[in-house]
Design a binder for this molecule. Structure first.
Ligand code: HEM
Length: 400
């Protein structure tokens, strides 16, 4: 039987809502969809099917370089073969290992005091501005940029110029030429920084990567540039948006905010639940894979070798089979399955511990300094960005 092809996404997401249509399609297993750009692909919405898709013996990424990648937009001009996201083992494993060491939980824990210092300083500016201060402008747009620039070794006086290029290349509303120009500026700047590291060794991750390459010849120059791009591009904007939606979720769930204040020891469980519940990436954005062989999913559905699949992981996180009462935000779930917001398997987020540290320190500090924190305007007046790949908030005035 030929599978019907459904036009996808069904609709643009509103705020942090999850489209109820996913509940209707999930019991059918994977379904075939056509996105605005690229060839038809398989859509994965259940936890059991996501585990099959994230097994990289079944699926890979490099094949995508030969195809028009299914997505909301044409991304042909910004494909980079040496970007981690587009690589497969063994090349992917080799390059990723270098970054994985630098972002291991132990290494990240050592950054606690330094990150806390930046959090304190930014919260001072919020306090100084007084009630009505915009958390997104004064905090979310700054913390992840300063942290990641510091870790990588991007000079503080140029970090926000570097940020601007990612802002341009990741904004759906910009024309392809403008995005390409921004991406090239971004890459050239990285090459410039690499050249400086060759002249003078410095105490930062970029220097470690440059010297690992030069001494052991473990990876090609383009792979080095690709890795630095992946870390910078994948690292600050995601955290920026997640900081905003996390604080917004707590402000619009005052019982949960109170619960967190009264039970600070439950912070880790609460963070995992916030990550599960917040549908961070917009429908149709998650990263596509290609089947390396015929792969059987649940309900006996087969993805044929060479066909594409897309895991809608924000929707997988609401699978009732795995999370009872899945639409409910519940900080006291008993041994919940790991959420998929950083995906799973070989490509899962390499920077997740750094993102977690920043968000955790932010919430703990907000609780300490502003226990009566609330939105300074009605929740329906908080506007979301239409042209971003994650759910993101434009401005969020707070009072305390
Ligand atoms: C809240 C913040 C973050 C979110 C929601 C997020 C989300 C994700 C997701 C969903 C993936 C998986 C993509 C896939 O399956 O192909 C990913 C991969 C990745 N992330 Fe993050 N991320 C965050 C923060 C960071 C940070 C702070 C860094 C860098 C320090 C980072 C660097 C990367 C890199 C390099 C990859 C590619 C890994 C690979 O392909 O092997 N991310 N991220």
């Amino acid at each position: 039987m030929t599978e019907e092809v459904i036009n996808y996404p069904f609709a643009s997401p509103t705020r942090l809502d999850v489209d109820p249509r996913y509940k209707e399609i999930r019991p059918q297993g994977i379904v075939r969809v056509q996105l605005p750009y690229g060839e038809p692909c398989w859509l994965v919405t259940s936890y059991a099917d996501a585990k099959i898709a994230y097994d990289f013996r079944n699926f890979g990424r490099t094949e995508g370089l030969k195809h028009a990648i299914p997505g909301l937009h044409n991304t042909e001009q910004i494909k980079i073969p040496t970007l981690l996201l587009h690589m497969d083992p063994p090349g992917h494993t080799r390059v990723r290992q270098l970054a994985a060491g630098a972002f291991s939980p132990d290494r990240i824990l050592k950054l606690t005091g330094w990150v806390q210092g930046i959090v304190d300083e930014l919260l001072d500016t919020i306090e100084a501005e007084g009630p009505g201060a915009d958390f997104i402008r004064l905090f979310s747009h700054i913390l992840p940029v300063r942290v990641l620039a510091g870790v990588l070794g991007i000079p503080a006086d140029r970090a926000f110029e570097f940020k601007q290029w990612v802002d341009i290349s990741s904004d759906f509303a910009n024309p392809p030429e403008k995005k390409l120009e921004a991406r090239n500026n971004n890459m050239n700047f990285i090459r410039e920084l690499i050249a400086q590291r060759r002249e003078t060794e410095t105490d930062d991750l970029l220097s470690v990567l440059v010297h690992a390459r030069d001494n052991g010849d473990k990876f090609a120059e383009d792979e080095l540039v690709g890795l630095a791009m992946a870390l910078w591009n994948g690292g600050f904007k995601t955290t920026l948006w997640q900081l905003g939606t996390t604080v917004y979720t707590l402000m619009t769930h005052p019982d949960h905010w109170r619960d967190l204040k009264e039970n600070p020891e439950n912070m880790n469980a609460a963070l995992n639940e916030l990550w599960r519940w917040i549908p961070s990436f917009k429908y149709g954005v998650p990263f596509v894979f290609w089947a390396k062989k015929d792969v059987e999913f649940t309900h006996g559905k087969i993805v044929r070798e060479g066909e594409a699949a897309l895991v809608e992981f924000a929707v997988v996180n609401r699978d009732e089979e795995v999370y009872p009462d899945a639409d409910k935000l519940d900080f006291h779930r008993v041994k919940p399955a790991p959420h998929m917001s950083f995906t799973a398997g070989a490509h899962s987020c390499v920077g997740q511990h750094l993102a977690r540290l920043q968000i955790k320190l932010t919430l703990e500090s907000l609780i300490r300094r502003f226990p009566n924190l609330e939105l300074a305007v009605p929740a329906e007046d908080i506007a979301f960005e239409p042209a971003s790949f994650m759910r993101s908030i434009k401005a969020m005035p707070l009072k305390w």
